[in-house]
Design a protein around this ligand. Structure first.
Ligand code: GRF
Length: 203
């Protein structure tokens, strides 16, 4: 499975993917890591691993469309089977998303459809939720609104704040994302008419 990663930050999800590949538990290769931020740590992780690391900076483009066209021209040039957004902090335009329908997924730190958008852990706390978690979903033009593929739940403990909750969720994100990519590598996930079909027989 040829994976392109799109990220803006720390890169712990990329690291989880690279570690699983190195451990032989994920039959995939990261063909490129792309970011909107030149100094994003995620790009350094890629470079250290000898993986193509590309920054495309929005401020060098007159508008979002031309920025996104360049970004995805660079991504498409690596011929990925799947584009994985992991902490990419910009909305993708409908043209881009539709051109890659069924081939872009995102990991979002909430139990979708609850708590879309940012500050999801604080949202869950403010809502008085007793559990929270992470979701891998197909990317559509609606922010965090695409069909959900997989989820991991964590309890919200008394005394939790956004930081402690985020840490608990992040620990579950990594195995969730790797397990979901394993399904893609085994060609067991399909999106048909906004419905996700998974062949869940033992791998
Ligand atoms: C993760 O919490 C992910 O769910 C969210 O952004 C964060 C990315 O973290 N979309 P990292 O850059 O992979 O460490």
């Amino acid at each position: 499975l040829r994976i392109a990663v799109l990220a803006s930050g720390r890169g712990s999800n990329l690291q989880a993917i690279m570690d699983a590949i190195a451990a032989g538990t994920l039959d995939a290769q990261v063909v490129g890591v792309f970011s909107d931020r030149r100094r994003a740590p995620v790009l350094e992780r890629a470079e250290r691993a000898g993986i193509r690391a590309v920054a495309v900076q929005p401020r060098r483009f007159p508008d979002r469309q031309s920025y996104e066209a360049e970004l995805f021209a660079r991504i498409d040039a690596t011929e990925p089977d799947l584009i994985v957004c992991a902490g990419y902090m910009r909305l993708l335009g409908a043209a881009t998303v539709n051109a890659h329908a069924g081939h872009i997924v995102n990991i979002h730190p909430s139990l979708l459809p609850a708590h879309k958008g940012l500050h999801t852990h604080q949202q869950a706390l403010d809502a008085g939720a007793c559990e929270h978690g992470a979701s891998v979903h197909y990317v559509t033009a609606e922010l965090d609104g695409g069909p959900v593929i997989s989820q991991a739940c964590v309890p919200i403990e008394p005394g939790d704040d956004a930081e402690s909750l985020a840490a608990r969720v992040l620990l579950r994100e990594h195995p969730l994302l790797v397990a979901t990519l394993r399904l893609f590598a085994a060609r067991r996930v399909e999106l048909q008419e906004a419905t996700v079909f998974i062949d869940a027989r033992p791998l």
